[in-house]
Design a protein around this ligand. Sequence first.
Ligand code: KG4
Ligand code: ZN
Length: 349
Amino acid sequence: MNREQPLVLGIETSCDETGIGIVRGTTLLANVISSSMEEHARYGGVVPEVAARAHLEALVPALTQALAESGVTLDELDAVAVTSGPGLSGALMVGVGAAKALALSIDKPIYAVNHLVGHVGADALDAQPIAYPTIALLVSGGHTSLLLVRDLVSDVELLGETIDDAAGEAFDKVARLLGLPYPGGPEIDRVAVGGDPKAIRFPRGLSHQKDMAQHRYDFSFSGLKTAVARWVEQTRDSGVDLPMADVAASFREAVVDILMTKAVAACRDLGIPRLLLGGGVVANARLRELAAERCAAADIELRIPPLSLCTDNGAMIAALGAQLIMAGHAPSTLEFGADSTLPATVIQA
Ligand code: KG4
Ligand code: ZN
């Protein structure tokens, strides 16, 4: 096996994206993503069984396409990497099964890796190596996690996470109550244009003194969602036209404000002047803007991978696999299985 520049194929199926990525060391060769998002749209959120079935259908075509795009053949691969958790059980099982079958059939080692750490691993594909330690804020439809990464392959600590809805889920739910389609994030961004983010002061979850003691780096978005629902209902009841742009802008401001407040606090508290962002919510225009502002003000170096590497994808899983190999880690044994609640501290299963 080439340990300096390993050629790794990564498989990601933890949620609604079937991702196949191929990397050589820290170089991206292919990143094919097939999303079942449209199939979930009419339900207003990801339906696990629908996602699992879509993975089954999308896997082989995505694999074929990734190999074609990269000009790599299966027997050239040094290893296969796969997300074994956390995520939706049924969806994970499809990827894990496929990865084991593939690794066995081509007689290559397999690396079962953590999805959350994979999001950080995406940034290893940047020309500039990741500097450690770094704080990482991962925000998507499935997670809102604040990590302390001392070393990508050996030392990741979960500082905090959402105690209820994920940030992306909050966007999706609020969009729904405003009558906007799924996924809600881009819709809220669109409707918020021209709106006043200070028009309505929506609550910032777990930001009060009493919550900060126990939940300093945790997030909560269900109270915010309820507050928006109540405000919308009262406004409608009073017969006034709903100021959609103001509601969207004020809601979005509440989400990104608390995300950045807690992320910057973690950087400050721990004396780590580096912040990495990942996850689908990073597409949010206001989040990117506020992150740049707050990090500049606090002298924090901000890193955001390209959006195609922020949303769920196989390249980040391949990248993490390659990092493990380059650091001399042994492959996983075939005993591992899908683990929907795999903790962030377990980088490799
Ligand atoms: O990472 P991702 O593609 O999949 C997972 O959830 O794992 O993230 C999708 C989530 C959805 O909840 C979607 O509403 C949110 O990311 N999202 C956004 C934006 N674009 C996508 N949230 C806020 N603003 C956006 N522009
Ligand atoms: Zn993710």
